[in-house]
Structures are given as structure tokens and as C-alpha cells.
Ligand binder design. Sequence first.
Ligand SMILES: [Zn+2]
Length: 210
Amino acid sequence: MYIVGDLMKSILVEITCPTCLWHTHKPSDTVVIPEFEPDLKQQLEQEEFYAFTCPRCGTRISFFHTCIYPDKQHHFVLLMKSEKEKKAADHHLYADMSATKRYISDARDIAEKIHILEEGFDDRVIEILKLKVYIYLKKQQRYPNTLRYKDRDKQSETIWFSYTENDQEDVLALTWESYLQVKQRMPEEDTKKFHEINQRWALQHIKNFT
Ligand SMILES: [Zn+2]
């Protein structure tokens, strides 16, 4: 039994369409248990969970609210929460569960985070590698809009990333060895607290891994 603090399972999100001003209250979940709620998990992975399409004019509306996602099978907990709402008491959530604990303040990061942590990878290493890929592309005067972990190819011992540039999708691989090299120098995971591991985190830490 875990204490989920003051979180209610379901809330109503007030939505006003910016285009036609259509107004509604949409029920939305603040707890998603992946093993029992595969439909909600899929919504998170397909970037549909925090999205709503206006029934009157078809405008796609994004919103965001606090939601916790404990995955006991893969030993991680995600806490979706805006920067300004993060607080010290958050670390009491699932305090007795030894797991990788991650804040996510940008809904666009959720799918990739689930993908990385379900595969059992260290997402800190992945973010450092992504930043290296980004710097590499930038040196060639290429500026990807998105850059995501794709998968690992065990046979060729490579790790793959996908990126989009001017709506064109492309892929790029690093050797699996480069993952192991960064991993070797990565401190042990702090399973007591939630940390946000994203590009900003990587920018602050990359000096330790070059
Ligand atoms: Zn509308």
C-alpha cells in the first residue's frame, strides 16, 4: 500500500478552445497504474493523454496537470508536474519503493521516458548521449527540432536515435560502447528523490562525461 498524498484519482480539467471559445470540463486521471490501465498508458505513449480535440472546430488543445505513474514491474515512478508545483513533499510519494524516480514537466517527454526506463536503461546516460549527438549535428550546421532515443540493436552493438529536421525524420547510431563508457562514470541512482532528467540536466552534467 502506497500513500499517494493529496492526489485524487480523477479531476475535471477546465478547457476553453482558443479558436472558437467552446468550453467544457474534461475528466482526467491523476494516477495511472500501467499494469491495470493499459489504455491510459497508451494515451500517455501516444501523446493523447494531455490533449483534447475541440468537437466544434477541431482545434487540438494541450493541457497539463499533476499525474503519478508508478511502474512496479520496471521499477520506476514518473511524476508529471509543472516546475512551479514541484515541492519537497513530493519525495514522500512512494518513499518506501526503491525505484528510479523522475519528474516530467513537459508532456512531450513522457513517451520517450517510458520507453527508455521500460528497457531498463539509465536515462541519464541516454540524455548525455543525446546531447553529444545534438552537438555533433550542430557542428555540421544541422539543428534538429526533436531528438529521441529510438532503440538498441544488440546484434550490431549500436544504440539508435531518431531526429526530425524541417519535418524530415532521420536516424543516427552510436556504438553500445559509448553507452557503457558514460554509464561507468555515472554516479549511483538516487532512489529516494524525484529528479528531472532532460536536456537541461544533460547540459549541466556533460562536462563530467567528455
Ligand atoms: Zn474550437
